[in-house]
Design a binder for this molecule. Structure first.
Ligand SMILES: CC(C)(COP(=O)(O)OP(=O)(O)OC[C@H]1O[C@@H](n2cnc3c(N)ncnc32)[C@H](O)[C@@H]1OP(=O)(O)O)[C@@H](O)C(=O)NCCC(=O)NCCS
Length: 213
């Protein structure tokens, strides 16, 4: 039975210049611009969809996706956040992070997916977003476990989860249809007990950054 109000949704989360918030209808043009500017950067890691990249990432597609994501957020099956950066007094949409396929009851588990604009890659935006989302999912979101599945070739994405201390726990052969073929994925996971003693994943990430700064 759907929730009257899904646990932990809607929410706005932030740390420094990184802001996560629900998408708005007015994000259509900015979302489409970022997606179109990042075709070569994103296509190797995303599910295969028939059609032209620009059409698949048009403002009209955004409006369809937005409706779908709002429905899944309302029913407690997803937590889709726009990833924004606050710089020079401006908020700029630079990426996406979602806890999807949420199963509750005895699982209380979901999968995290993400991407960021190449123009701001390497600045720790997604590790920060991930830490915010995981702490939120384990707290108000009511989840106990999050999983991330990554192609072995995707070194930057594997660095994100490895830095944050996700456990590598599975190898999924021919797991998903990505960029035109069935691709193997490495399965990473984390449960709430693994970060509770440290005051959460964001606290762990801050300590790690301070050590490497
Ligand atoms: C994976 C991704 C989300 C990482 O986000 P991010 O905010 O750049 O994360 P980080 O800043 O922690 O950088 C992660 C790694 O990317 C690499 N990197 C750094 N700067 C980079 C740049 N300018 N360009 C490419 N890779 C870079 C480094 O290996 C870095 O690891 P390090 O901290 O050990 O040096 C981003 O690379 C991306 O969107 N890639 C395309 C889509 C994708 O792969 N999505 C995930 C599918 S599972």
């Amino acid at each position: 039975m759907p929730f009257r109000r899904a646990p932990g949704w809607p929410a706005v989360l932030s740390d420094g210049p990184v802001l996560l918030r629900p998408y708005r209808r007015s994000d259509a043009a900015a979302w489409s611009e970022v997606r179109c500017a990042n075709r070569d950067w994103l296509a190797p890691w995303e599910s295969s969809l028939p059609g032209d990249w620009h059409e698949l990432n048009s403002p009209a597609t955004f409006r369809w996706m937005h409706r779908d994501q709002r429905r899944s957020a309302r029913t407690g099956e997803g937590m889709p956040f726009a990833v924004c950066l606050h710089e020079n007094g401006q908020e700029r949409l630079v990426g996406h992070i979602n806890v999807g396929n949420i199963v509750r009851r005895a699982f209380c588990s979901g999968y995290v997916g993400y991407w960021v604009d190449r123009r701001v890659a390497g600045r720790g935006v997604i590790p920060t977003a991930m830490a915010l989302v995981v702490d939120h999912a384990f707290g108000p979101g009511g989840l106990h476990r999050v999983e991330v599945n990554i192609r072995p070739e995707n070194r930057p994405s594997r660095r994100v989860v490895e830095k944050l201390g996700f456990r590598e726990e599975a190898y999924h052969a021919r797991y998903m249809h990505i960029d035109g073929a069935w691709r193997d994925h490495i399965g990473y996971a984390m449960t709430s007990e693994e970060v509770a003693a440290e005051g959460g994943l964001l606290a762990r990430w801050h300590r790690l950054r301070a050590r490497t700064a």
